[in-house]
Design a protein around this ligand. Sequence first.
Ligand code: AMP
Length: 111
Amino acid sequence: MTIFQKIIDREIPADIVYEDDLCLAFHDVSPQAPTHVLLIPKKPVVSLDGLSADDGAMAGHLLLKVPEIAKQLGLTNGYRTIINTGEEGGQTVFHLHIHIMGGRSLNWPPG
Ligand code: AMP
C-alpha cells in the first residue's frame, strides 16, 4: 500500500484542499514552490502507465479539476502541472499524482 492510499484512507494526515468521489488534493509535504499540491485519483492507479481505457472519465475528471484547484489556491499568474512516470521520470510514490505548483516563476526546462 502506498503512502497516498493511507492518506485516502485517513490512516495518515494530510493538508487536504479538495476532495470528491473520484479524487483528492493535498499539499506536498516537501514543497518545491510556494504552492505545491498533489492531485490524486482515489482509484489506486500506479502511474499514467497503469491507466486503462476504462479510466477515461476519471482521467478527464482529474484534468478538469486542475484549473479549479489552481484557482482555489490563488494561482492567478499561472502554474505548472507535472506527472512523473516511472524511475527515470522521477516517480517516487507509485500512485498516480499530478503536481500542481506555483507562486513563483518556474524555470524551464526542468532538470
Ligand atoms: P513523485 O516524485 O512525482 O512520485 O512525487 C511524490 C511526491 O509526494 C513528492 O513531491 C513528495 O514530497 C510527496 N510526498 C511524499 N509523502 C507525502 C506525504 N505523506 N504527504 C504529502 N506529500 C508527500
